[in-house]
Design a protein around this ligand. Structure first.
Ligand SMILES: Nc1ncnc2c1ncn2[C@@H]1O[C@H](COP(=O)(O)OP(=O)(O)OP(=O)(O)O)[C@@H](O)[C@H]1O
Ligand SMILES: [Mg+2]
Length: 578
């Protein structure tokens, strides 16, 4: 696992290497100081030699200052390395998630992806900082303190032979027990993020349906779940503290007992005794830190697993074999015996044996009842999903031959459930074309019947949109999305029920606008209103995942029963209303 995370240190190797070195230097000073102290006592004070006291005292001060400088340096380097590491890790993960297909995102759920990108990365960063700061500090401190202690009194050192295995063993056992609990805890974090995300994106629905109490309850439950999982995990690791203290006090008492007897017998000096206790404390303190490092590593092990899961996810739409030079020749679209289902390895197809041959520049209407797979069908054109069998060809080539960027650059799709992003209206429109001039933007908005309402805002094109475009109406949002798609000057334009929230007159004006703004673009118009598709070149009638009719509107009206029924019922509706 550590090997897999190493590449993310790119650009931060220097601080990663120098931080432990600075720590080692700091520790060397810390270990040397008690030794100097014992000399002050035993050489200077005991012999009443003021010169020696001053000399060794100055040396001690110098060591203290050096230790301070190295300490700050190591912290500084650790912070740099840690922050850089998590930046690399997060950006790579984010880039990876950008390559996910809709199906990959469905697999993790957005809430879980958010936890993995935020909390999990922070956990791993924490462990990483601990590793480069403490993992060297503690052993170096322990080893050098042991050496110094040995020099003073080898016989007393045998006490460690008992203390260290007791401490080491208990930390290892606790660690192994705690790991699954931490894994469970992170899963609870996923759950709470999902609840928060769902609630906040749908806050209007929550209010409209007065679901506040229910949502509170749901959150309360999720938060309670975290509490329980956290307590279970921490109850396990909490034992290390008391065990640690018991060992430290036990050893100190043992040393006072045995060391005291040696002092009385005259085989140990006062300074040596005091220093020895100091070293014992350093050794056990080092051991304690080491156990803390291990606990953090265990805690973050669960997070690292979860991060690697994201990294290991294979985007199920892959264009690595595609030819980067291949461009989309024109807007022709062919469906060749296409079968499709969202569930892998199921032959309960949602689209069954679809065959279509659409010439570049045609305007194609698509109608069909809700759930008849209209959206599903058009999503196959920009390869948002892959067909199960058969093929979809755009510009004469299988969509799988193109780089995804090339293909999607050529197709503009206004999704049924559309989103705008926070930023000004102009920023949002520029998603369609980054370097669009003001004239281009205005022309696209005029065609999409958006210019007039944009100008009615006091700030015009500079109006700030809230997250998701909350401060424009449904119909306005749809028109902005159409304008954004038009700016792309795509070879294929797909409007999935994109004018459902605008009135019939505006709907017609938009269709007229399309004709002038993007003449020559193959256009798919999915609509509930027959009027929206009645001036299309040809219309597809979808019925429960199958093509029921595909012809000019005039012919369909004569020959297709579904089309005629919808037409007549809508005509009747108009008459009744009018
Ligand atoms: N992401 C998805 N995962 C699994 N099943 C899905 C998914 N999206 C749609 N479906 C299913 O596919 C079928 C066709 O849905 P689709 O959205 O294509 O219908 P539609 O014709 O666009 O309907 P509407 O007019 O209501 O937009 C439905 O039965 C739906 O339950
Ligand atoms: Mg749909």
């Amino acid at each position: 696992m550590i090997k897999r995370l190493m590449p993310y240190l790119k650009g931060y190797w220097l601080p990663t290497i120098f931080a432990p070195l600075a720590t080692v230097a700091e520790v060397a000073m810390e270990v040397y100081i008690p030794y100097l102290m014992s000399r002050i006592i035993d050489e200077g004070i005991a012999n009443q030699d003021t010169g020696a006291v001053v000399r060794i005292g100055i040396l001690m001060i110098v060591c203290a200052i050096l230790s301070f400088i190295f300490g700050i340096g190591s912290q500084w380097l650790t912070a740099r390395a840690g922050a850089g590491f998590s930046k690399n890790l997060r950006s790579t993960m984010f880039r990876k998630v950008q390559n996910f297909s809709f199906a990959n995102v469905d697999h993790f759920s957005t809430g879980s992806l958010i936890t993995r990108l935020t909390t999990d990365v922070s956990q791993v960063e924490n462990a990483f900082r601990m590793i480069i700061h403490m993992l060297f500090r503690s052993p170096v401190m322990m080893v050098s303190a042991t050496v110094m202690a040995f020099r003073i009194n080898p016989r007393l050192c045998s006490i460690f032979l008992i203390a260290i295995p007791v401490l080491g063993g208990s930390v290892a056992i606790i660690g192994m027990k705690a790991h699954p609990f931490f894994m469970a805890m992170m899963e609870k974090f996923d759950l709470i993020n999902s609840v928060i995300e769902e609630n906040l994106t749908a806050v209007r629905v929550v209010k409209a349906f007065v679901r506040k109490d229910k949502e509170n309850e749901k959150f309360h439950e999720a938060a309670g779940g975290i509490k329980r999982a956290q307590l279970r995990a921490e109850h396990t690791v909490i034992l290390t503290g008391p065990i640690m203290n018991m060992v430290i006090y036990g050893t100190t008492v043992a040393i006072c007992w045995f060391g005291g007897r040696q002092m009385i017998a005259g085989t140990m000096k006062t300074g040596e005794f005091l220093t020895f206790i100091q070293y014992i404390r350093q050794i056990l303190f080092g051991l304690n830190m080491l156990s803390m490092v291990f606990i953090t590593i265990i805690m973050s092990g669960a997070s690292a697993d979860r991060i690697l899961e994201v990294m290991d996810e294979i985007p199920d739409i892959d264009d690595s074999g595609a030819d980067a030079e291949l461009d989309v020749a024109d807007g022709s679209v062919v469906f060749d015996h296409v079968n499709f289902t969202y569930k892998k390895n199921s032959d309960n197809y949602i689209l069954r044996d679809i065959n279509l041959d659409i010439r570049s520049g045609e305007t194609i209407g698509i109608i069909g009842g809700t759930g008849s797979a209209k959206s599903t069908m058009v999503q196959l054109i920009p390869r948002l999903y892959d067909v199960n069998t058969g093929s979809v060809r755009v510009g004469g080539r299988d969509v799988r031959d193109y780089k995804l960027d090339t293909l999607r650059e050529a197709c503009a799709m206004v999704l049924q459930k559309n989103l705008l992003f926070s930023g000004t209206i102009r920023d949002n429109l520029r998603w369609g074309k980054e370097d669009a001039t003001d004239e281009e933007i205005e022309a696209a908005c005029k065609a999409a019947q958006a210019h007039d309402f944009i100008m009615s805002f006091p700030e015009g094109y500079e109006t700030e949109l809230g997250q998701g475009g909350v401060n424009v109406s449904g119909g306005q949002k749809q028109r902005l999305c159409i304008a954004r798609a038009l700016l792309k000057h795509p070879k294929i334009l797909i409007l999935d029920d994109s004018t459902s929230a605008v009135d019939t007159a505006t709907d017609r004006a938009i269709r007229d606008g399309l004709k002038t703004q993007i003449a020559g673009t193959t256009t798919f118009i999915i609509a509930q209103r027959i009027a929206s598709v009645h001036d299309a070149d040809r219309v597809i009638v979808l019925d429960n995942g199958e093509i029921n009719g595909f012809d000019t509107p005039e012919n369909l009206l004569k020959n297709n029963q579904i089309y005629r029924e919808v037409y007549e019922s809508q005509q009747k509706g108009e008459r009744d209303n009018g």
